[in-house]
Design a protein around this ligand. Structure first.
Ligand code: F58
Ligand code: PLP
Length: 826
């Protein structure tokens, strides 16, 4: 009230600069001169990139401020997307597209003598995620903004994102990802909204003024959470949502007397300790490591986020209205500590009684599970939880006691069931099962593809789905067509727009209107020409980046994803080595082979030995195959280092064949599979994850299916799986493994890849050998099909036309209808 501006400009709504070349030039130069503090003639590429980014920000920020105000004032129900990872990819291209400034910016910069492509290449992508799960979060917030649904993404501003992968002698070496070093023009720090987060200490009981016995937390230490806001612009709709990422800082910067006494290290100890919490993204993509710091990260960001939401959106302090204002979506178990945190806030701070608080909490959360691997289900030992978050552990115990009382009442005399469903596991140590906590607390639980959701219901969370059948639902993943078609594949986008008109980018099911054009030779020719141009662009990039020269007119066979045994890069490798072996031994003539270039992209978790050895073997095979004159014209293997979103954007549009070859029942969904199909690659894949839905939509004749089905896998497992029997009974498999074991790819060193070979022969947890024969048969069909280029193009067009379902806009509609019950702002 004391703040009453009078100037008319101060009273008017914030406006964007004019959408003209002149307007853009003016803003850009002003940024360069006043913010970067340089003249155009003296500016570096980085100055220019930063100024361009800030210029685009100006255009977006008016709408952003307006949307934030509206969401607050209309009290619209918001989605609070809680995710430890947001793998955003580069921001500039998307911001230009969203604000419809691509052409204006290009012309404006050209008029300043600058090639915008050089500035685009200057951006370092924020790699704040490991892979599919983090990238999914980025697609979802893009879709919500595009659909005008108010959402705030909450996560962690890691100072170092996913490591930068390099290869030294074929082995993966991890380098820190210093994405912030050259400046971070997309973020808005808000130190005034910093939140204190407590840790450690103990709890005590006391009797409050009403005579009620209560518990309270006496923490031992704390840190500050600094929020950094990022704009999440919708596609040309004027909607801009917010992503709020938290960075940890010490409550007290440093100890001045200690510093003055000359003990510099000790003076900043507290600061270093606090900042470590958000220092680096955990590069594990499979098994969660029992790391204390990781639990600190998880609690840190959700505690900040819940406090922040209450302070900013529940302005009248009536926390009982929370379920009308927000639904917090738990992106896997990493943010699940938010459940006891909200309970703590409601009971200990807001003084609600337990039952009322629990009823509110249950309405405010929903949980998405992203895995089927038992070892990836997160648990926290009660010892660690009790030490770091003693009050939260108490709350979890009470939630569990009340839940188990319900279970016992529903299933009298079934103590085994109660023990199975307990949120607290007892073996191998007493630990909190975070997926169970999320399931008990969440209003809904969803898997990420039909098969995955089914397996969740039938296996991973079987007892829960029996108890609460209506709680379980499926939302098949999706990907944003703005980034992965329009930005990544401008050629294809133009062809689609020429054919269908505009509108398809926000209504991707309209791609089905392309179906008749699969029969149109002219359309197919254009499609093939675009694919060729995309390949040429990729090859130019790989030559510049990695110094590799690739042949034209090969089938481009692509396997890009994190390196994991269940994803079975080793099976892909067996196919390559088998083909190579058949040529060098004269079983097959080189000129009978369909020429192929195999591309791998994959990071291995730094502590995952077998995955790292697999990378070494891929690089070793590549070296031998690529320099063998016998196969020179028909086989090439390339493994560009550091697969990330930026590389994906060039690689995916160039692909002919998409490798989705996980053991059935292990890949929850996959999203790379969707991106590749939408860009006209045909899939060779197992009946796993979203492959099942891709195949159903594109049709059997346009998909190369192979391998055991999930029930067959379960049956074989139950019967007893002996990998070496496949080796002994299949001569080609034997020849292939023997060639690797012979030292052929390791300069004669038989020991080097022995652990990998043994792992396949005697362990093979993911049944690569069982699927080998079927995989090779399917690959033979690929070879035969690719010979008829025109038929292949027809299938590729149909893959595009029939994959519109996989837009993340559709996923968002499913979440909205079935889980969130929120609405667009306008
Ligand atoms: C992935 N999970 C699934 N986890 O594996 C994939 O099938 C699915 O398409 C995708 O989620 C999106 O739903 C995944 O990427 C991680 O990276 C976690 C990071 C933190 C540690 C545990 C794995
Ligand atoms: N890594 C990156 C960089 C990605 O962009 C994606 C998604 O396309 C993934 C990993 C996930 O790949 P997949 O679904 O094949 O596991």
């Amino acid at each position: 009230p004391s703040f009453q501006p009078t100037h008319p400009l101060a009273l008017a709504p914030v406006t964007s600069p004019p959408h003209t070349v002149d307007g853009f030039v003016k803003e850009f130069l002003a940024e360069l001169n006043t913010n970067a503090g340089v003249t155009l003639s003296r500016s570096t590429v980085n100055d220019q990139y930063l100024s361009l980014a800030r210029t685009v920000r100006h255009y977006l920020s008016a709408r952003w401020l307006e949307n934030t105000r509206k969401a607050r004032e209309t009290k619209a129900k918001m989605v609070g997307y809680l995710s430890a990872e947001f793998l955003l990819g580069r921001q500039l291209g998307n911001a230009l597209l969203a604000s419809d400034l691509e052409e204006i910016a290009e012309q404006a910069l050209a008029a300043c003598g600058i090639d915008i492509a050089t500035l685009r290449a200057q951006e370092v992508e924020p790699g704040l995620g490991n892979g599919g799960l983090g990238r999914l979060a980025a697609c979802f917030i893009d879709s919500l903004a595009t659909m005008g649904v108010p959402c705030i993404g909450y996560g962690i501003r890691y100072e170092y994102g996913i490591f930068r992968q390099t290869f030294v002698d074929g082995r993966q070496v991890e380098q820190p990802d210093s994405w912030l070093t050259l400046g971070s023009p997309w973020e808005f720090p808000h130190p005034e909204h910093a939140v204190q987060v407590d840790f450690g200490g103990h709890t005590e009981t006391y009797v409050d003024a009403d005579g009620t016995s209560r518990s309270r937390w006496i923490p031992a230490w704390n840190v500050l959470g600094m929020p950094y806001n990022y704009m999440v612009p919708g596609y040309q709709n004027g909607q801009v949502n917010t992503l709020r990422l938290w960075s940890a800082q010490a409550t007290q910067a440093f100890d001045l007397p200690t510093f003055n006494s000359g003990d510099y290290a000790d003076a900043v100890r507290a600061q270093t300790f606090a900042e470590n919490i958000t220092k680096v993204l955990y590069p594990e993509d499979s098994t969660p490591q029992g790391k204390e710091l990781r639990l600190q990260q998880q609690y840190f960001f959700v505690a900040c986020s819940i406090r922040d939401f209450l302070d900013r959106f529940i302005l009248d302090g009536d926390v009982t209205t929370l379920p009308e204002r927000v639904i917090f979506q738990l992106n896997d178990t990493h943010p699940v500590i938010a459940v006891p945190e909200l309970m703590r806030v409601l009971v200990d701070i807001e003084k609600l009684d337990w039952d009322e608080a629990w009823a509110i909490t249950q309405k405010c959360f929903a949980y998405t599970c992203h895995t089927l691997l038992p070892e990836a289900l997160e648990v926290w030992s009660t010892e660690l939880l009790g030490r770091l978050l003693p009050r939260h552990l108490e709350i979890i115990y009470r939630i569990n006691d009340e839940f188990l009382a319900e279970v016992r009442a529903a299933y009298p005399n079934d103590e085994l069931r109660a023990r199975q469903m307990s949120i607290i596991g007892e073996y191998p140590e007493r630990a909190v099962r975070m997926a169970y906590l999320a399931t008990v607390a969440g209003s809904k639980v969803n898997g990420v593809a039909e098969l995955h959701s089914q397996l969740l219901r039938d296996k991973v969370l079987h007892d829960f789905s029996e108890y609460w059948p209506e709680k379980f639902t499926n939302v098949t993943n999706g990907v944003t067509p703005r980034r992965f078609i329009r930005l990544a594949n401008p050629g294809l986008s133009e062809l689609i727009t020429e054919t269908l008109g505009t509108g398809w980018l926000t209504d991707l099911e309209r791609l089905e209107e392309l179906e008749p054009y699969a029969e149109d030779a002219g359309f197919r020719d254009s499609f093939v020409a675009i694919k060729e141009a995309n390949k040429a662009k990729l090859y130019r990039l790989l030559q510049a980046r990695d110094g590799v020269v690739l042949p034209e007119h090969h089938l481009l066979d692509v396997m890009v994803k994190r390196l994991h045994e269940y994803k079975r890069q080793s099976l892909k490798l067996l196919h390559i080595v088998s083909t190579y072996e058949q040529i060098i031994t004269g079983k097959v003539a080189a000129d009978e082979v369909t020429p192929r270039t195999f591309v791998f992209g994959a990071k291995a978790a730094p502590g995952y030995r077998i995955a790292k050895e697999t990378i070494h073997l891929i690089n070793s095979v590549a070296q031998v195959v690529n320099s063998d004159p016998l196969v020179k014209d028909v086989l090439k293997v390339v493994f560009p280092a550091n697969y990330n979103v930026t590389l994906a954007e060039t690689l995916i549009p160039a692909a002919d064949l998409s490798e989705q070859i996980s053991l059935a029942g292990k890949e929850a969904s996959g999203t790379g599979n969707m991106k590749l199909a939408l860009n006209g690659a045909l899939t060779i894949g197992t009946d796993d994850g979203a492959n099942v839905e891709i195949r159903k939509l594109v049709g059997d004749e346009h998909f190369f299916l192979f391998g055991l089905t999930e029930p067959e896998v379960a049956e074989l497992q139950a019967k007893g799986y002996h990998a070496h029997e496949y080796y002994e009974s299949n001569p080609q498999l034997k020849a292939t493994l023997d060639l690797i074991a012979s030292g052929h790819f390791s300069g004669g060193d038989r020991g080097l890849f022995e652990p990998l070979v043994s792992n396949l022969l005697y362990d093979d947890r993911f049944m690569a050998l069982a699927d080998f024969e079927s995989y090779l048969d399917a690959q033979a069909k690929v070879d035969a099909s690719y010979v008829d280029q025109d038929a292949w193009a027809r299938s590729a067009v149909l893959n595009v036309a029939r994959s519109g379902f996989f837009s993340s806009d559709r996923s968002m509609r499913d979440y909205i209808d079935r889980i969130w019950h929120t609405h667009p702002l306008r």
